[in-house]
Design a protein around this ligand. Structure first.
Ligand code: FEO
Length: 395
């Protein structure tokens, strides 16, 4: 069922209540997601984006109930990733010659995925199409936000920015708008989305936000491709993005570890105790890497000014849970954060060195050589670990 957004603009997307993982198994979606597709019915009828592949048939069936598919004049593909383009092959079976407006990179992406030579109309930033009744669609390339093919589309007169992934959240809701949903869940999902998907592109994002702001577009609504539509003070999410894109951090230290026989766990807890004794204001959080959600922990790192990573030494190295986690940390290209390492060992004790090397290559400022403890901590060791926590708090 289509839902009116404003004037002749309708939401025709899909709410995916049961989605628990996105990007394969890479991204946890505790609150499901939505794939937002929009239908504009002016003198020209325009479809903006579609939905994820598993919902292709359902999407096209529903769309055909709202509009004779032959009456669609233009299709806009803001981004070729399958969660937005997945229903294109099904749709194009019905209207194979209709023009698809997208970036040059999106043509590569769509051809690469679907192997079809559709009627592609390549657009660049500033290009516009007339859709009648005095309204135009203006395209804005959003290169690397978050794929090389991404773009946004602006509808004049109604002042709607169809931003695709930017400003989105994995948040299933029928309530459609930002002012109608739980604000804690909304901003928590928006921040998690930013930390896990957009953070690596901060430098590009800062320039793009400046460009969008300098275009002086009146923006009444930001219609994202995931989660809610920002209609109540849409600038609030742009302001959040400006803040998050500037090497964001809070007064938080996060300790993340895995453990074999609880020695490294005890170290994590005692380091936390030491930090809290030395600094009553700093927020300290402790997570077992193997037992917590990876994307939630990445969001905690995003918020942190410093992290400590712990692993016992095994096979002259570190636990694979910690190694995989550090690989992901590096991918997210965090900036302006400090880091240190710790861990128990029985014999050779290479873990802290391995962790430090990994954190250094991930762009963290490393504090010290790491705190190693041979065997399980005894009373004397525990005092030393607490002291180490106190020292760390001073950085
Ligand atoms: Fe929501 Fe990059 O796809």
């Amino acid at each position: 069922m289509k839902k009116n957004i404003k004037s002749n603009v309708y939401w025709v997307g899909k709410v995916d209540w049961e989605l628990k993982k996105f990007h394969g198994e890479e991204f946890s979606t505790h609150n499901g997601s939505t794939y937002n597709s929009y239908l504009i019915q002016e003198e020209k009828n325009v479809l903006i984006d579609t939905v994820w592949l598993p919902y292709a048939e359902e999407f096209v069936e529903n769309l055909a109930k709202e509009i004779d598919l032959d009456m669609i004049d233009y299709i806009v593909v803001n981004h070729g990733e399958v969660d937005h383009s997945g229903a294109l092959p099904e749709l194009m079976k019905h209207i194979p010659d209709k023009p698809i407006y997208c970036t040059a990179n999106a043509v590569k992406s769509l051809k690469g995925q679907y192997h079809q030579d559709w009627n592609f109309q390549v657009v660049k930033t500033g290009d516009k199409i007339d859709i009648g009744n005095g309204k135009h669609l203006i395209f804005v390339e959003m290169t690397m936000l978050h794929w090389p093919d991404s773009m946004a589309t602006y509808l004049t007169e109604d002042n709607i920015l169809f931003s695709n992934d930017a400003f989105g959240q994995h948040f299933a809701t029928d309530r459609l708008y930002n002012d109608l949903v739980d604000q804690c869940v909304l901003f928590s999902e928006a921040e998690k989305y930013f930390a896990n998907i957009l953070n690596p592109f901060n430098q590009i994002l800062r320039k793009k936000l400046d460009q969008v702001i300098s275009m002086n577009l009146d923006i009444d609504i930001i219609a994202t491709s995931h989660g809610v539509i920002w209609r109540d003070n849409p600038m609030q999410i742009i302001e959040k993005y400006v803040m998050w894109a500037n090497d964001y951090q809070e007064n938080q230290i996060t300790i993340l570890y895995d453990t074999m026989w609880n020695g490294t766990r005890k170290m994590a807890e005692k380091i936390s105790e030491g930090i809290e004794l030395a600094d009553k204001d700093v927020v300290v959080k402790v997570f077992n890497i193997a037992k917590n959600d990876t994307n939630d922990m990445m969001t905690e790192i995003f918020r942190s000014k410093m992290i400590l990573i712990g692993s016992p030494t095994i096979g002259n190295s570190i636990l694979h849970s910690v190694a995989g986690f550090l690989h992901f940390v590096k991918e997210l290209k965090f900036k302006n954060k400090k880091a240190a390492s710790f861990g128990c060992y029985g014999w050779s004790g290479e873990a802290t060195k391995v962790i430090n090397e990994s954190l250094k290559s991930a762009g963290f400022e490393i504090i010290g050589e790491g705190f190693k403890n041979q065997w399980n901590p005894d009373e004397e060791s525990i005092k030393n670990i607490i002291e180490y926590g106190k020292e760390i708090a001073k950085y």
